[in-house]
Design a protein around this ligand. Structure first.
Ligand code: ARG
Length: 439
């Protein structure tokens, strides 16, 4: 039985029925759908649109459906258009006539908008929890590894930093990601129930009551908008895309750092895989997959942006296509945050090689220039003088700190013995990276 069969003279074509059905995708909204219906029923009873007995009967049956789905005695399958139709059909099977009153003053348009908002809000909170989990892991790894390493620009050794400072950069990125999601939750925190199909209802209902019962701050302000926008999904998916962008940068560094060329870290066997032909291989697949899945998340965002583009108000069936990209993005970002956290907490840091890398690449050249500035040289002149020091070092295959005072003096007379302390890597670090703001 179709929810809308009354005005049709012919059966729906089988191919069309399959094409139209979203049950295999939106079935994961079952608990939101049932909870939304229960709040709706409570409101209908309060407003005198259902009797107390009718309300109780519908509610009890909805709860039993929820329980049966939860404990898998009721499978969400069969020839139903979507999760809303499925649950209403099950309700009718269980309590007959009274079930037909549930949809009073409601449309599937405000129903689905409600379900997806409830779901998005809950899941966004879960993403925040996972972000915080990764932040904690990064902080722990950072605290345990306040060790010297080269910092890079253009992937060329640039200045000396610590692994702690480097990892904490990602902590800060994730902190902004967290705030972006909190902000998105605040914006989506409005209840669309009561918008009806697009124009509200002639029944006297209480939208504040349902909004409150379902944990929203308020009902939406405009019916057409309430049923037809999906900007809150797009906003979350944009935030998820930014998270993935950050994770993919970290992944790229893990891939590089675990290579034979860098050897800064080794990724735990549990998060690596081997090669079917080359017996010696240990590949950083987890990091590569996170990097790769970033493209998929961007793709989903672009897909939904494109679906929504140019749609006239209010609801259009195109919007049924919102769920797949949203769910996929959500699943992907959750699994990537978790895997990343596990990978970071189990990786081994090769402090020796990091230290060794600091020794070559003239990472204290900027500080030699700073030294000359402290002796009264203009920075541009100092920059050029240090340039010739670097050329001298390259020609003689030495690090800057390995030159003798006489060699320095032959290049510039202002240089004294105190330079050596000034350009010592640890001293540079103590001056440069003084403060770690940890929460
Ligand atoms: N399955 C639909 C969706 O996800 C529910 C709303 C259907 N509304 C309608 N008027 N056909 O968008």
């Amino acid at each position: 039985m179709k929810l809308w069969g009354g005005r049709f003279r012919k059966e729906e074509n089988q191919l069309m029925e399959d094409f139209n059905s979203s049950l295999h995708v939106d079935k994961r909204l079952y608990s939101e759908d049932i909870n939304g219906s229960i709040a709706h029923v409570n409101m209908l009873v309060k407003c005198g649109l259902l009797t107390k007995e009718e309300g109780e009967s519908i509610k009890m049956s909805l709860l039993s459906i929820l329980e049966d789905i939860d404990n898998r005695t009721l499978a969400i399958e069969g020839n139903y258009e979507d999760i809303h139709s499925f649950i209403e059909a099950k309700l009718t099977e269980r309590i007959g006539e009274t079930a037909k009153k549930l949809h009073t003053a409601r449309s599937r348009n405000d129903q689905v908008a409600l379900d997806i908002r409830l779901y998005a809000k809950n899941k966004a909170l879960q993403v925040i929890g996972f972000i915080e989990g990764l932040q904690n892991t990064l902080k722990e790894k950072a605290e345990a590894n306040n060790v010297i390493m080269p910092g890079y620009t253009h992937l060329q050794r640039a200045q000396v930093v610590t692994l702690k400072h480097h990892l904490m950069a990602y902590y800060q990125m994730l902190d902004r990601d967290r705030k972006r999601i909190l902000n998105a939750i605040e914006i989506l925190d409005e209840c669309p129930l009561g918008c009806g199909a697009l124009a509200g209802t002639t029944h006297t209902i209480d939208r504040k009551m349902t909004a409150e019962e379902l944990g929203f701050s308020r009902p939406v302000s405009n019916f057409l908008d309430g049923v037809s926008d999906r900007d809150y999904l797009l906003e979350l998916m944009s935030s998820f895309s930014i998270i993935m962008m950050h994770l993919s940068r970290l992944s790229e560094e893990l891939v590089l750092w675990s290579s034979q060329e860098f050897k800064f870290i080794s990724i735990d066997d549990a998060y690596s895989t081997g090669s079917s032909i080359m017996p010696q291989k240990k590949n950083p697949d987890a990091a590569e997959l996170i990097r790769g899945k970033t493209g998929r998340v961007y793709g989903s965002l672009t897909s939904l942006l494109t679906t929504m583009k140019g749609l006239p108000l209010a609801y259009n069936k195109d919007m049924q296509e919102d769920k797949e990209p949203f769910f996929d993005t959500l699943d992907t970002v959750l699994s990537c945050l978790e895997i990343m956290s596990n990978m970071i907490s189990t990786m081994k840091v090769n402090t020796k090689n990091m230290k060794k890398a600091v020794k070559s690449g003239f990472l204290n050249a900027t500080e030699v220039a700073d030294y000359l500035v402290s002796k009264g040289t203009a920075f541009r002149d100092a920059h050029s003088i240090v340039g010739s020091i670097v050329i001298y070092c390259e020609d003689h295959n030495k690090g800057i700190e390995e030159l003798s005072l006489d060699e320095f003096k032959s290049i510039h007379p202002l240089i004294e013995e105190d330079l050596f302390e000034f350009i010592d890597y640890q001293n540079i670090l103590n001056k440069g990276i003084k403060v770690e703001i940890l929460k």
